[in-house]
Design a protein around this ligand. Structure first.
Ligand code: NAP
Length: 243
């Protein structure tokens, strides 16, 4: 049996660092992306440099028909292989004050974070339950814990995934599956490139934005067999910004 890790939104940013970290741990990596094939292929090359295999997988996590067509098809065709680690990382921001927020801004953010978590995890958890082992790690946000103005959509979506993390962990704990969330603060990726670090760093006790690897290292630990008795938790990686 070959062991795989699936990372949604693995083409760029935090997801890419997570893919490479899981590859270093010996996992073959399924790299999901939505549209940026060139960046997904860069992640694939970095994964292969670690001596494991990988595959890029194009589907929009918020579209059930795409998740089914691509991911379920892979699962059915790979009965001897096991996705042991699932990292639900795909996400977008569409900030606006609530009074100006469009239906599209609300639904796109909610659908990718919440429906995406649901569609992908529901498929992958089945084999984890059969094999009695699995690691599900959901990338949420400081915004889902604290709430941030201009992000009612994003805060609501991440808070929903935190609730789902806690509920699912209680459903599957007896089967050796852990379900945890990692809540980054401000991390240097394309998602935060419109934010000036100079304007925000004084708010952060560590006085800087975080690096993607600092998030990936925590995900790697949660994905490893060293985190056996940790489940239903939200681990913040935010330089001390939230407590
Ligand atoms: P990023 O650099 O903007 O990358 C986003 C990734 O998500 C890309 O790989 C993108 O794929 C993928 N994606 C977007 N919509 C998708 C969809 N519908 N289906 C499948 N994949 C999709 O973002 P990031 O900063 O690395 O963020 C990663 C996660 O961390 C997100 O959940 C975000 O909310 C969370 N987070 C980030 C920060 C931060 O400061 N950066 C803080 C807290 C939480 P394409 O390349 O194909 O577009």
């Amino acid at each position: 049996m070959t062991k795989f890790a699936l990372v949604t939104g693995g083409s760029r940013g935090i997801g890419r660092a997570v893919c490479v970290t899981l590859a270093e741990m010996g996992y073959n990596v399924l790299i999901n992306y939505q549209s940026n094939e060139a960046e997904a292929n860069k992640t694939l090359a970095l994964v292969k440099e670690k001596g494991v295999s990988g595959e890029i997988m194009k589907f929009d996590v918020s579209k059930l028909e795409e998740v089914t067509a691509v991911l379920d098809t892979w699962i059915q065709a790979n009965k001897d292989n096991q996705i042991e680690v699932l990292v639900n990382n795909a996400g977008i921001r569409k900030d606006n004050l609530m009074m100006w927020m469009s239906d599209t801004e609300w639904h796109s953010v909610m659908d990718i974070a919440v429906d995406g978590f649901f569609y992908v995890t529901r498929l992958v958890i089945k084999n984890m339950l059969v094999k009695k082992y699995g690691r599900v790690i959901n990338i949420v946000s400081l915004s889902g814990l604290k709430g941030l103005p201009g992000q009612t959509n994003y805060s609501a979506s991440k808070a929903a995934v935190i609730g789902a993390t806690k509920a699912l962990s209680q459903e599957v704990g007896r089967r050796g599956i852990t379900v945890n969330a990692v809540a980054p603060g401000f991390i240097k990726t394309e998602m935060t490139q419109d934010l000036n670090e100079k304007d925000f760093k004084s708010l952060i006790p560590m006085n800087r934005f975080g690096e993607v690897q600092e998030v990936a290292d925590v995900v790697g630990w949660l994905a490893s067999s060293k985190s056996t008795y940790v489940t239903g938790q939200v681990i913040s990686v935010n330089g001390g910004l939230y407590s």
